[in-house]
Design a protein around this ligand. Structure first.
Ligand SMILES: [Zn+2]
Length: 273
């Protein structure tokens, strides 16, 4: 699943393709039915056409198009969603579900292999505020916030970090990488962590996310950018996907366990607390 750095990379690349452009058509391809469970495609057409994209932003793993007349188009790529730039005339791309066409005949496409991606149009972003904590690279995501959240969690720290109400944008890869960097065992009860550990963890989360953004994201689970290229961060990961290989710090063998159903990788020596 694309996590914060991958979505951030997509948003940055999308900016040049959509900013200040007027939407003139929405093309809907077969297999897109799941996208239109909440609203029919005709509703989206009516809401989008003749509106301009004034701004683009991201909160956690959500892409937010700020449209004229204070409407917001919100996309989530979920497991296998991706975006691409195209044109009005291009034939259907592989797994393409919808295409938003602009007045200059350029377009952006939303592709999804497993069809779990979502789109919605809203008049306020309150809906995101209700289900997401602060974005994990924002100033609001800080040690005070984390201390307050973790003390009431009854789960492991790994499970807590996957909770989007706590660390919006952090997913399986970066939760493992941050725990390794902070020398925290992913199974440690979240509420048992000391403030010093939480402070380190907060710094580690931001560090691994920002490093990955610099590397245009991690392409382990079929993530590709707008141009169909992979990121570079998969060559930099310390533990994720490295079970059976030596820890880059202590040479102990990285092990893989399951935490809340998610493959979790850690170094038993570096992360023994
Ligand atoms: Zn180690």
């Amino acid at each position: 699943m694309p996590e914060l750095p991958e979505v951030e990379t997509i948003v940055k690349d999308l900016l040049g393709a959509v900013l200040n452009k007027k939407i003139v058509a929405l093309k809907v391809f077969p297999g897109s039915e799941r996208l239109f469970i909440k609203h029919r495609s005709s509703y989206f057409k009516k809401q989008l056409i003749n509106h301009s994209v004034n701004h683009l932003s991201r909160h956690g793993k959500y892409i937010i198009f700020h449209l004229s007349e204070k409407k917001f188009l919100i996309m989530h790529l979920r497991m296998t969603g991706s975006m691409s730039v195209s044109t009005r005339k291009n034939s259907q791309l592989k797994y393409e579900k919808i295409r938003i066409i602009f007045s200059d005949d350029t377009a952006i496409s939303f592709m999804d292999i497993r069809k779990f991606g979502t789109i919605d149009i809203v008049n306020t972003l309150d809906i995101l505020k209700d289900k997401l904590g602060p974005d994990a690279i924002s100033d609001e995501f800080n040690v005070e916030f984390l201390v307050d959240q973790l003390k009431r969690k009854q789960s492991s720290i790994k499970a807590a970090l996957l909770d989007q109400r706590i660390a919006a944008g952090v997913g399986n890869i970066y939760a493992d990488e941050a725990c390794w960097d902070a020398k925290i065992n992913p199974l440690a009860p979240a509420a048992s962590l000391k403030k010093k550990q939480i402070n380190q963890l907060c710094n580690s989360i931001k560090m691994v996310l920002n490093n990955s953004i610099s590397n245009r994201g991690t392409s382990i689970n079929n993530y590709m950018d707008l141009a169909g290229n992979q990121g570079y961060h998969q060559t930099k990961v310390a533990v994720y996907g490295r079970n059976g290989e030596p820890c880059i710090k202590c040479r102990s063998i990285i092990i893989k366990i399951r935490v809340v159903g998610r493959g979790t990788f850690y170094c038993p020596k570096c992360q023994n607390k």
